[in-house]
Design a protein around this ligand. Structure first.
Ligand code: URA
Ligand code: SF4
Length: 188
């Protein structure tokens, strides 16, 4: 088994936080274990909890479309995961203690995949990954180092679905920035 597959098997029984009690299943992540690009959401929703896969609802459809249109990539090229692997009840935001409990899985995934670019989607994922309390509207448009990768924060696709044209244009611009970073262009 690959590193990532054995991690997923181990995580499937995780009870490190109380989200274990209400989940249907752990949604570890999906995609290419050698991906240069990792996309990080907040946490599984109802549909993700049912299917065991990240971003399979409306947000996921928009995410797939924008990544394809702006970066020319599909899920076979990238790896998609969430900051917490188990669905928060009623789709509430994951709590800080839950994010902290789940962080070792994220770190282990990154260590196994060794991506070059990590795109964080929305406030919760971006703050969790960067360990900051700043908001996404201030963090997006910039890049941040994380081990051997760069983090490129952008909006959550659910916010783009609600927010319309300007948020969509900004998310597209962030994905273009991610594409340039993948191509090795300076991102500062
Ligand atoms: N929203 C997220 O943040 N993650 C998912 O997997 C689905 C919706
Ligand atoms: Fe474990 Fe993360 Fe699920 Fe909590 S959210 S039970 S830490 S896998």
């Amino acid at each position: 088994m690959s590193d990532l597959a054995s991690l997923a098997a181990e995580a499937s029984a995780c009870t490190r936080c109380s989200l274990a009690e209400s989940r249907t299943q752990v949604v570890f992540g999906m995609g290419n274990p050698d991906a240069d690009l990792v996309l990080v959401g907040e946490g599984p929703g109802a549909e993700e909890d049912r299917q065991g896969l990240p971003f399979v609802g409306r947000s996921g459809q928009l995410l797939d479309r924008l990544v394809r249109e702006e970066m020319g990539l599909t899920r076979e090229h990238c790896y998609v995961m969430n900051a917490v692997k188990c669905r928060p009840p009623g789709n509430r935001d994951p709590r800080p203690d839950e994010l902290a409990a789940c962080r070792p899985w994220f770190d282990a995934q990154l260590a196994a995949i060794r991506p070059r670019v990590v795109v964080t989607l929305g406030n919760v994922a971006t703050r969790a990954v960067l360990g900051t309390t700043e908001g996404i509207t201030r963090l997006r448009g910039r890049t941040f180092p994380l081990d051997d990768a760069v983090v490129i924060p952008t909006f959550h696709p659910a916010a783009v679905l609600r927010g319309g044209g300007q948020a969509m244009a900004q998310m597209r611009a962030d994905l273009v920035r991610a594409k340039l970073a993948l191509a090795g262009a300076p991102t500062a």
